[in-house]
Design a protein around this ligand. Structure first.
Ligand code: SAM
Length: 195
């Protein structure tokens, strides 16, 4: 719902461009909820790549997928999303980024401005025309200010002829509520029209 669930809003945004057989990436597997959502959306004929720097997160994600019988189409990768291009060489329909720390885990192993921006740049390169990226950005924890600024600046500077970009904020909540960045790559053929 719209009351406060940034994660569901992000899933909704990317879910609209996914169908059976699509390729999707969870850039921050964490507890595996987004990976599960993507695996279900792309179905048995699709493919999901899920990254996390913490073994523990990938173990939790693997267990969750198995529980729902959705593990066969998912590749779990124990590495930073800033190196996604080493693992993916196919165009991607949708990416989910859910930044910050692993809920219930180590609060020091957070996503960081430099690597997050690098990963976003790779995602933009891999994104299919018409493809979408959702980024859930948290602003309350130590280190979050730098990262949220960097992500917003990166998104704000994208060429409007190539990408539609939105920032979604909960305007009646505290300034430390999460916000979302939604990116859609313009479909082929209309890329050259004036913005
Ligand atoms: N999407 C997850 C879910 O549905 O449960 C929640 C993700 S959690 C907020 C953020 C995750 O990002 C943590 O598990 C953390 O280990 C991971 N992370 C931190 N830096 C990373 C990096 N450079 N590359 C990939 N994952 C990273």
């Amino acid at each position: 719902g719209v009351r406060g669930n940034a994660v569901l809003l992000g899933q909704q945004f990317v879910g609209e461009v996914l169908q059976k057989g699509s390729v999707a990436v969870d850039a921050t597997a964490g507890n595996g909820y987004d990976t599960l959502f993507l695996a279900n959306a792309v179905g048995a004929g699709g493919r999901v790549y899920a990254f996390d720097i913490q073994r523990e997160a990938l173990d939790i994600t693997a267990r969750r997928l198995k529980q729902f019988g959705l593990d066969s189409g998912v590749t779990l990768i124990h590495d930073g999303h800033e190196k996604m291009d080493l693992y993916i060489d196919t165009p991607v329909d949708a990416f989910i980024f859910n930044l910050g720390y692993l809920p219930g885990g180590d609060h020091d192993r957070i996503t960081r401005a430099h690597t997050t921006v690098r990963a976003l740049q790779i995602a933009l390169e891999l994104l299919k025309p018409g493809g979408r990226i959702s980024v859930v950005v948290y602003t309350g924890h130590p280190g979050a200010a730098d990262e949220s600024r960097a992500v917003e600046e990166t998104a704000a500077n994208l060429d409007p002829r190539r990408f539609g970009v939105l920032k979604v904020t909960f305007i009646n909540r505290s300034v430390s509520a999460p916000f979302l960045i939604f990116i859609e790559r313009v479909k082929k053929g209309i890329e050259n029209l004036a913005p």
